[in-house]
Design a protein around this ligand. Structure first.
Ligand code: IDP
Ligand code: MG
Length: 175
């Protein structure tokens, strides 16, 4: 029944679907000068940047961020990759932000990433090629894979005071 009171009961579920997710423009994205292009994709989709900074992380920090991959054969090249230049770290807010950002980012291996996605449009190498040539699997961007991971990753990269709550002028029509 429509109570006429806002928020209506059935809408409450939607309201709590607003999430925050960690997005890193990795060293290759920064060194290639495509930070603006990448960020634009999220802004165009009506998502909101609630935190942003440039950081050049050390190996220890990179190992912590990627610790889930510590047993993988590509771990060392991955840590070298993320520390070879500064990264632009952002927190993006939006409806189902974790999944929606991953959709805009595209598949892990650029050769599998669909055209129209960030990885599909700005890279093309395969992880097989990277492994065979002992290169890093460069794919421009990191995005948290799950809601729980996003919470942990945001806490690792950002202090609470670096995250901002504000309303964009577009929010009324896209959130
Ligand atoms: P994701 O970034 O799409 O979440 P993950 O599987 O979490 O992908 O891997 C983290 C990062 O490690 C990737 O973005 C990529 O840079 C690198 N990577 C993943 N798989 C491989 C691989 O098979 N060879 C080399 N590097 C890889
Ligand atoms: Mg991942």
């Amino acid at each position: 029944m429509d109570t006429g009171v806002y928020p209506r009961k059935k809408e409450i579920k939607v309201i709590i679907m607003i999430e925050r997710t960690l997005v890193l423009i990795k060293s290759d994205g920064v060194l290639r000068g495509i930070v603006g292009e990448v960020i634009r994709r999220f802004e165009n989709a009506g998502m909101k940047i609630v935190g942003m900074k440039m950081v050049w992380v050390n190996k220890k920090f990179a190992e912590e961020h990627y610790k889930i991959h510590s047993k993988k054969q590509f771990f060392k090249t991955l840590v070298n990759y993320i520390t070879e230049g500064p990264v632009v770290a952002t927190v993006i807010e939006g409806v189902h932000a974790v999944d929606n950002v991953r959709k805009i980012v595209g598949s892990t291996s650029p050769s599998d990433a669909a055209p129209g996605t960030i990885r599909g449009d700005y890279s093309h190498m395969s992880m097989a090629h990277a492994d065979k040539n002992k290169k890093a699997g460069k794919n421009i961007i990191h995005a948290s894979d799950k809601s729980q991971t996003a919470k942990k990753e945001i806490a690792l990269w950002f202090d609470k005071k670096e995250l901002h709550t504000y309303k964009t002028v577009h929010e009324k029509h896209v959130f």
